[in-house]
Design a protein around this ligand. Structure first.
Ligand code: B16
Ligand code: MG
Length: 230
């Protein structure tokens, strides 16, 4: 009884928007392998450090960054060809994913939010987000999905998160965003949402709160945020 009351009280006050890559799963390693193959074919080195620049960035923008690293200029037609080719290769890795690839603490946090009656949606730059969520068995857990297909402007533009707030039926100030990329934290801050950085503290210094991993996020922390928003 008390549980249900708490659930109802909290339900409408706050909502959560999760980034996908780097927060729920680590697909960056598969992006890296596919981009590296492309760089190899074009004859230049692409390192894991370079790959950091592509985190949270759209596919098209990622290719531009990659080409600038190799100082390679391509026609629009050739770029389209390479984008299709890279994604095909990336999908080969994605099709082999399963629930063992859910990042530590993610499932527990979703369970905590469910128990508190707090709704959550996805806010990812990836056009493959629905497939990835299906692969790891989380697709049906989210109240909505905003992905690279739903937006016209990529992070750091706040569009992806503002659409997320609409799906949650909440004002931006009532939303909290979990993000691993600088561009995503900037997008959340511009949207006037509570930004929570997951990963390297120095990289995510502009986040309102920071955790090394989702395993550190407690139910009490979420309850405090609910109070703060109220
Ligand atoms: P796709 P996120 C982002 O996912 C990745 O971090 C970024 O590296 C990738 O380029 C982007 O998705 C687009 O992905 O090629 O699958 O459309 O962190 O926003 O969940
Ligand atoms: Mg990310």
């Amino acid at each position: 009884m008390l549980y249900n009351r708490t659930k109802n009280i909290m339900n409408n006050k706050i909502g959560v928007i999760f980034d996908l890559d780097g927060v729920i799963v680590d697909t960056a390693k598969y992006h890296f392998l596919a981009w590296k193959n492309l760089a190899d074919a074009l004859g230049f080195e692409f390192t894991k450090k370079h790959n950091e620049l592509l985190k949270g960035v759209s596919r098209v923008r990622s290719l531009d960054i990659l080409l600038s690293i190799g100082n390679v200029k391509l026609s629009e037609e050739k770029k389209q060809e390479f984008l299709v080719c890279k994604n095909k290769e990336y999908l080969e890795f994605i099709k082999k994913m399963n629930s063992s690839e859910i990042l530590p603490g993610a499932l527990e946090l979703l369970n905590t939010l469910d128990a508190l009656g707090i709704k959550y949606v996805l806010g990812s730059a990836s056009k493959n987000a629905p497939l990835i969520l299906k692969q790891v068995g989380l697709f049906n857990r989210f109240a909505g999905i905003v992905d690279g297909n739903s937006v016209s402007k990529a992070k750091p533009d706040p569009e992806v998160f503002l659409i997320g707030a609409e799906k949650l039926n909440l004002q931006p100030e009532q939303c909290i965003v979990f993000e691993d990329a600088i561009a995503g934290i900037e997008a959340a801050n511009t949207a006037n949402m509570i930004s929570i950085g997951v990963g390297d503290k120095e990289t995510l210094e502009k986040a309102d709160f920071h955790f090394e991993s989702l395993t550190e996020v407690t139910a009490n922390f979420i309850k405090e945020l609910v109070k703060r928003v109220s």
